[in-house]
Design a protein around this ligand. Structure first.
Ligand code: HEC
Length: 167
């Protein structure tokens, strides 16, 4: 009995590539849903929502031993700067040397690392584009004085979803 419980416990902390992809997908879907809801009130309001909710949503998605989040080399939130293992792959994605939709890497700590580019869509330009409303920019600067996440065009890679998990 003890052995079975132990087995159940340990397998529940293991995850497959598909589950990691699913966790990333649900992070993206939930973020977009919250963003769209907040944008209906106002763009300025949406900046606040993103600020408060992004972390909570990432935590919510980080289940079953799968950790997920978003990063960018031109990051808005200082916590979203890429980790060491991500950097070479991010560079290759930006140079279009990697054409796969995502990569899975074996990390030195025995875990798997998954990295998937996030494309810039028209709606993203409201807060990441080249012409951002003054009141929106002011709100962004208030929360993120070191913001680097502007100047994007539709189709640019805005950043990456990442996951770390034990297979
Ligand atoms: C209403 C403004 C707003 C809109 C619209 C918006 N974002 Fe953001 N974005 C933010 C804010 C604020 C953050 C920082 C969130 C945080 O604190 O984690 C952020 C962070 C990010 C990050 C994490 C990396 C970083 O720079 O910190 C990515 C990736 C990202 N956004 C992509 C997108 C994409 C893709 C779209 C369009 C689908 C989009 N955003 C639309 C405001 C916005």
């Amino acid at each position: 009995m003890k052995y079975i419980l132990l087995l159940l416990f340990s397998t529940s902390l293991l995850a497959s590539e598909q589950e990691a992809l699913q966790a990333i997908k649900s992070l993206g879907t939930n973020l977009k849903k919250e963003l769209q809801k907040a944008m209906k009130i106002s763009k300025v309001n949406a900046v606040k929502t993103c600020n408060v909710k992004a972390m909570a949503i990432a935590k919510e998605a980080s289940k079953k031993g799968i950790e997920v989040g978003r990063v960018s080399t031109k990051n808005r939130n200082p916590n979203n700067f890429p980790k060491e293992w991500m950097k070479p792959y991010i560079e290759k994605f930006h140079k279009k040397e990697i054409k796969d939709p995502y990569v899975v890497i074996s990390l030195p700590n025995g875990k798997k690392g998954l990295l998937k580019p996030i494309a810039t869509m028209p709606m993203c330009l409201n807060c990441h584009g080249t012409k951002i409303d003054a009141d929106v920019m002011e709100e962004i600067k208030k929360h993120y004085p070191n913001d680097k996440a502007i100047g994007y065009k539709v189709g640019d890679i805005r950043g990456f979803f990442w996951a770390e998990y034990k297979e």
